[in-house]
Design a protein around this ligand. Sequence first.
Ligand SMILES: [Zn+2]
Length: 368
Amino acid sequence: MTFGSGRSLRLGRVAGIPVHVSPTWFLVAAVITIGFEPFVSRYLDDLGNGTYAVSFAFAVLLYGSVFLHEVSHALTALGLGLPVRGITLHFLGGYTEIERDSPTPGRDLVVSAAGPLLSLVLGAGAYVASRPVHGDVTEFLLFELAAANLVVGVFNLLPALPLDGGHMLRAVVWRVTGDENRGTVVAGRAGQVLAVLVLVVPFAASGGTPDVVGVVWAALVAMLLWSGATQALTVGRMRARLPALDPRRLARPAAPVAPDVPLSEALKTARGAGVTSLVVVDSAGRPTGVLNEAAAAAVPQERRPWVTVGQSSRTLTEGLVVGLGVTGDELLRVMRETPASEYLVVDEHGRVYGVLASSDVDAALAAR
Ligand SMILES: [Zn+2]
């Protein structure tokens, strides 16, 4: 459930962590205020229009609780040495973005549990605080705050991604089986099952005649759960393939060629050497460019004797040279920073190893 920072407003920082708010947050604050007001006026009937103020106060308290829930995740992650990129609050809760470069199931479990735990403690605290107060707005708000936090805490503990309980289930399966991807698959599938169950709830609870608001809310929650779970499964599948992203395996063998050689001749040389990739080298044999295979293929047959290899090549810059040791996540990062169709792969001594085609990397990522 990530929202781009381009569509959210920056609120400020907590412990150095940037906090963003999605615009939908304000919309739902209004919906909660209006939707909750009839409930307020049923319990506090002598307030007149003040019921809207109480209802709005509840929305603010609810959002405050969700915010503290996210802060709990974030501070726990920081305490365990995991950098936190930011907190985003959106219309059905929040999202804490944590960098997990060296994840362990143990740390994932603790960070995930920290949020719901805080919600439950906050709920219990609000309930205890509401006991000595009687018959007024404060008691009402404290009691509702307790109930809301209890719901947030328990709901988030359900063992299904993208909920916190899903992350906890994932960590436990990962720890037990030693297989991170299996954990993601189990918790992700559980998320899809939960999404379907949520759709059924309003029908089951009403004996088959649910009200429209209940159905809309259930559909909204089910949709978010389904997309979150499906996204987690997709990311998990990709992560499982990262070890396959190894230039040593993926690089195509390449033949060296001088820049002023006609394209037709160079392609003949490549065919003779049994390779498809060409590396442009200077008179000292140092690589200076990589043939852009798409550009070369686009040159009509009859023009190829009049076009040089250099004209169909991309000159090497720092980002276009990839070491053999650059694999997985790091390889993807390098390719994102300098997008190209071909990269030169060099060994630890700087010698040409081959050419890495980005289409081969895409294929390795998409492989089933
Ligand atoms: Zn949480």
